[in-house]
Design a protein around this ligand. Structure first.
Ligand code: GLU
Length: 456
């Protein structure tokens, strides 16, 4: 059986690190198994779904290299959902309900007041043809619920447990008691379908072999396994990964917007840093930056994914990004350096990469080397003398030793008292790449002018 997985975001917002963790685990599993990774846009919520968000999702996945071999949109599949709903109706598993939101709310409150769980009482199932006709004649439109296969209870008595179980590829044997959930609404009164149902129809028709998603879907899984069975289909294998917590240990769900892929990208993070980090947090593998997705795919195993929440710490991601950048060859960044207006060639890249935490910082160093800065003159006597002792060009990586040797002899100063004023004059900054490598990149005229305090 060839593996087919899908990533199924709703185009109602931009992707964040939580979504990407789901996407990447799916992608890596597909890659490792020689299978396929498909994109499904869950856009049945027509009011909140937009083509711009769909484009954003494609852009973010492509930036990370998570290419997909097929794309579907749920909004284009209404005929398939209608056919599946008809089948369930014929099998007596779909029934019309007419309660308004207010009426349902009052029912729930009454149940809670009597100490009962707020489970839908299946009144819709007991309506006679006459009662239905009367409601319709009042202008009420039905919504439709899927009748779960659980033991009927007398209204007002405690529900009987009905256990749905599956062997979760991450969490092991799992059970959900569908005796304690309401029959889910699968078609709204306006005729639109709900995710719980459309997802099952799609997964069944597309032959999805594995569903890999967040553990917030565990209760859905109980219901969805019954939906597969009611449609006469075998449910796919299922894996639920844990959700993210922040560095403070608190759930990240409400704050995920701050960690959109769009923002991480704009901040200058490398795609392979984001990919490596989101793939490895919450697993037993060490968190390291890997050079490409294939390297990550070779590590993938369901039994390495922890059931404990995965800790997302943006500072840890940035540190990983820095480590990755420090090893990148010039060819890997040439294009981006050009886009930043900071393409100083291989010698520039090798001089500064060890000082970068994100690639965008290269622009600052290019400015220091080729643009204008305000030199800081701390010891004028020393920097004036340094200017007069500059060797003639051409300069190379031996120039520094020659120059500093002469300056030490002339001034009698050494160590930090010598180097710090030179760094402040030449770069205007406290720290940075070795002056030895910056010197030939800056050239004699610029170095001289800065030592003399001129803004250049
Ligand atoms: N659209 C659903 C979500 O984003 C998909 C869940 C699933 O993978 O089944 O939560």
């Amino acid at each position: 059986m060839s593996v087919i997985v899908r990533f199924a975001p709703s185009p109602t917002g931009r992707l964040h690190v939580g979504n990407i963790r789901t996407a990447i685990l799916n992608w890596l599993f597909a890659r490792k198994s020689g299978g396929e990774f498909w994109l499904r846009l869950d856009d049945t919520d027509l009011e909140r779904s937009t083509p711009e968000f769909a484009n954003g999702i494609r852009e973010d996945l492509s930036w990370l290299g998570l290419e997909w071999t097929r794309e579907d949109r749920q909004s284009g599949r209404t005929a398939r959902y209608t056919a599946a709903a008809d089948l369930l109706r014929q099998r007596g598993r779909l029934y019309a309900c007419y309660e308004t939101e207010d009426e349902l709310d009052r029912k729930r409150k009454r149940q809670l007041a009597r100490g009962m769980p707020p489970i839908y009482d299946r009144s819709g199932l007991r309506l006679t043809e006459d009662e239905r006709a009367k409601l319709e004649s009042e202008g009420r439109r039905p919504h439709w619920r899927f009748r779960l296969d659980n033991s009927e209870t007398e209204t007002g008595t405690a529900p009987l447990p009905t256990i749905v179980s599956w062997n979760d590829l991450v969490r092991g044997d799992q059970t959900v008691d569908v005796g304690s959930v309401s029959d889910p609404v699968v078609i709204r009164a306006n005729g639109t379908f709900l995710y719980t149902f459309t997802s099952v129809v799609d997964d069944a028709e597309f032959g999805i072999t594995h569903i890999i998603r967040g553990e917030d879907h565990i209760t859905n899984t109980g219901v969805q396994i019954q939906l597969f069975e009611a449609l006469g289909k075998e449910p796919p294998a299922i894996a639920h990964h844990s959700l993210l917590i922040g560095a403070d240990g608190r759930a990240l769900s409400k704050r995920l917007g701050a960690f959109s892929i769009e923002r991480l990208r704009a901040a200058g993070l490398e795609p392979m840093a984001v990919a490596s980090y989101t793939a490895l947090i919450g697993t037993s593998d060490p968190i390291e930056a890997h050079p490409n997705l294939d390297a990550l795919a070779s590590l993938f195993a369901f039994n390495k994914i922890s059931m404990a929440p995965a800790r997302f710490d943006v500072d840890e991601l940035k540190a990983l990004n820095a480590r990755l950048l420090h090893k990148l060859p010039y060819a890997a960044v040439e294009e981006q350096l050009r886009a930043l207006g900071a393409d100083g060639g291989p010698a520039f890249w090798e001089a500064v990469r060890g000082n970068l935490s994100v690639l965008n910082d290269a622009a600052t160093w290019w400015q220091v080397i080729a643009g204008n800065i305000d030199p800081l003159i701390e010891n004028k006597e020393l920097t004036d003398s340094a200017a007069t002792l500059l060797p003639p060009e051409p300069w190379d990586d031996t120039t520094w030793e020659t120059w500093i040797g002469a300056l030490k002899t002339a001034s009698g100063i050494k160590g930090r008292a010598l180097f710090h004023p030179l760094r402040l004059a030449l770069t205007g900054l406290e720290d940075g790449p070795e002056l030895k490598v910056l010197l030939p990149l800056m050239g004699r005229a610029k170095v001289q002018e800065r030592l003399l305090g001129g803004a250049s």
